[in-house]
Design a protein around this ligand. Structure first.
Ligand SMILES: Nc1ccn([C@@H]2O[C@H](COP(=O)(O)O)[C@@H](O)[C@H]2O)c(=O)n1
Ligand SMILES: C[C@@]1(CO)OP(=O)(O)OP(=O)(O)OC[C@H]1O
Length: 157
């Protein structure tokens, strides 16, 4: 059994979609990135890569590589899950937190959990997603960006 941690931040800008946990959330701004900038999935991917000592998503999917421009992060996460399997591990459970002042994430969390479980070929009850504001403090509180934290436990197959 091994544990990993992930953290990611993306800037909120106009004229971008807000995609979090594979859900296209209607909002006035979206997250900026080379890929679809899915901050939650990036933190989860990094947590799994951390657990299997495989670096981070920047190592596996460089933001200088045109193949990942606009990439669907659910596909990137699926790739990370399969890499873990090739190294002899399956996901035990994942716990993640989205840090966003707005919009409300709660209505979208069931679909996020479904999407993550499908990408990682595991059950929905192995995936937990939470959200918090920062009471308007800091860059998340000012609506300049959204952050996510994740921990992943992996178990030997
Ligand atoms: N973007 C967010 C932030 C929070 N929530 C939900 O609201 C609850 C209260 O948030 P606090 O930051 O005041 O603790 C939180 O527990 C989440 O359930 C949300 O849906 N979206
Ligand atoms: C996911 C990748 C893939 O190109 O691009 P971004 O969407 O910019 O995301 P980031 O979390 O900054 O770093 C990893 C990148 O390699």
């Amino acid at each position: 059994m091994r544990i990993g941690h992930g953290y990611d931040v993306h800037r909120l800008v106009e004229e971008r979609k807000l995609i979090i946990g594979g859900v296209d959330i209607p909002w006035e701004k979206g997250l900026l990135g080379h890929s679809d900038a899915d901050v939650l999935l990036h933190a989860i991917a990094d947590a799994i890569l951390g657990a299997i000592a495989e670096g981070d998503i920047g190592k596996h999917f460089p933001d200088t590589d045109p193949r990942y421009k606009g990439a669907d992060s659910l596909k990137l996460l699926g790739h990370v899950g399969r890499l873990a399997e090739t190294k002899g591990y399956r996901v035990g459970n994942i716990d993640a937190t989205i840090v966003a002042q707005r919009p409300k994430m709660a209505p979208h969390i069931p679909q996020m959990r479904e999407n993550i479980a499908a990408a990682l070929n595991c059950a929905v009850d192995q995936i937990n997603v939470k959200a918090t504001t920062t009471e308007e403090l800091g860059f998340c509180g000012r609506g300049e960006g959204i952050a996510s934290y994740a921990v992943a436990l992996v178990i030997s197959i």
